[in-house]
Design a protein around this ligand. Structure first.
Ligand SMILES: Cc1ncc(COP(=O)(O)O)c(C=O)c1O
Length: 406
């Protein structure tokens, strides 16, 4: 088992200094850093096996194809899917959700049907559904948030009904950190015969995902938020549904047979992977998944919940800080906050002077910010290589900033 110091040593970028200070990277909800195992796997792909996949019989093409397929099998196992057929590689969560909006939404929804999302959604799980429901004349409805920043299950029970064809909810809010009860909502969706989708961009990096236990039909996530490179994402879909819906993108690789007049689709998952894919990204994702499982989600949870509780407690002691979202037991490793009298962007800029990287803004959740009566927050988000010392540096820097401004 790796110690936390051994984990930290695996991330070369953490040795970078910023303004002469040690980098304290607390912007993990935006993207995570990459361990050298992942960086080496990408470099090794280009050094030893680069070729286009599924197109050649030569040695390199066969090797690259096998590695790329193996990456699908590895991800299937990671989230307890039935096999490679249920794992589509995309660019990111956004593309996975757009794929569903077009392939499932555009073809399966009719006038008067309902799509249900929540008030927490990232724009990626909101804007595609706004567009598609408008196109087909369906309604888009929202499950409400409780006053303490959790999903309102009474509202879910009211809103999900027999007209609901698709329920698509975020698993963990990137803006508030709230973990949503996907399993309970899946149960409601199934009682009414609706498709169930979860946006796992913020959950897959931090907790063991079992798509069967969650009861979802689809689950979307991004590699870059879980140690893998940018440009590789995943859409899990149940095989029987994927077999029966239209592809999203058309072109090379996704076909079995083409004439000048028509085309037949390739078998899964390639039916949904048109064009030359991100092979090195897929291989990088496989190694990232290996890394996460080697460390273990129990260990990751232990590190993150300690840091979240610690940071929450320390921030709560500062009377000029307002924390958004629920108490720590209902949230993941994300804390959004505001400081009296100072704009979140200014806080982030001043924290950067102390080497602390955080995010400020609307976090791609503008409607949620409006609901919270603000336009932006500052957000610190943790991952397995963060320490209590990182939190202490954040807090000291915030104290300094407040003194400076008051
Ligand atoms: C909850 C949630 N959903 C979707 C996304 C979109 O992810 P990506 O930009 O990788 O497509 C994000 C990114 O921050 C997110 O936090």
């Amino acid at each position: 088992m790796k110690t936390q110091q051994e984990i930290i040593n695996d991330f070369p970028i953490l040795k970078v200094s910023v303004n002469g200070k040690r980098l304290v990277y607390l912007d993990n909800a935006a993207t995570t850093q990459k361990p050298k195992q992942v960086i080496d796997a990408i470099s090794n792909y280009y050094l030893e096996m680069n070729a286009n996949v599924h197109r050649g019989v030569h040695y390199l093409s066969e090797l690259a194809s096998e590695e790329y397929e193996e990456a699908h099998r590895r991800v299937a196992k990671f989230i307890n899917a039935n096999g490679m057929e249920e794992i589509i590689f995309t660019r990111n969560t956004t593309e996975s959700l757009n794929l569903l909006a077009y392939s499932l939404g555009l073809n399966e929804l009719k006038k008067g049907d309902k799509v249900v999302v929540t008030r927490f959604e990232h724009h990626s799980n909101l804007v595609p559904w706004q567009q598609i429901t408008r196109k087909v004349g369906a309604k888009l409805e929202f499950i409400e948030i409780t006053d303490d920043g959790r999903l309102d299950m009474e509202s879910a029970e009211k809103i999900i009904d027999d007209n609901t064809k698709i329920v698509s909810i975020v698993h963990m809010s990137n803006a508030l950190g709230t973990i949503l009860p996907v399993k309970e909502v899946s149960k409601l969706a199934k009682e009414h015969g609706a498709y169930m989708i979860a946006d796992g961009a913020q959950s897959a990096p931090h907790m063991k995902i079992d798509v069967k236990d969650l009861g979802v039909d689809f689950f979307a996530f991004s590699g870059h938020k879980m140690l893998a490179p940018m440009g590789i994402g995943v859409l899990f879909g149940k095989q029987e549904i994927l077999e029966n819906i239209q592809p999203f993108l058309y072109g090379g690789d996704m076909i079995k047979l083409v004439t000048y007049d028509e085309a037949q689709w390739n078998h899964l998952p390639w039916k949904f992977e048109a064009g030359t894919p991100n092979v090195s990204g897929g291989i990088g994702l496989k190694v990232a998944v290996d890394y996460l499982e080697q460390v273990g989600f129990d260990t990751i949870h232990k590190i993150e919940s300690d840091l979240t509780n610690y940071a929450y407690e320390k921030l709560s002691e500062l009377p000029y800080i307002k924390i958004y979202g629920p108490e720590p037991k209902y949230r993941g490793a994300v804390i959004s906050f505001a400081m009296e009298g100072i704009h979140p962007h200014d806080i982030a800029t001043l924290l950067d002077e102390d080497g602390v990287a955080v995010r400020a803004g609307h976090h791609c959740a503008q409607p949620l910010m409006k609901l919270l009566n603000t336009d932006a927050t500052t957000r610190a988000s943790f991952y397995l290589y963060n320490t209590r010392e990182d939190v202490d540096i954040l807090i000291e820097s915030l104290q300094k900033i407040y003194k400076l401004f008051s």
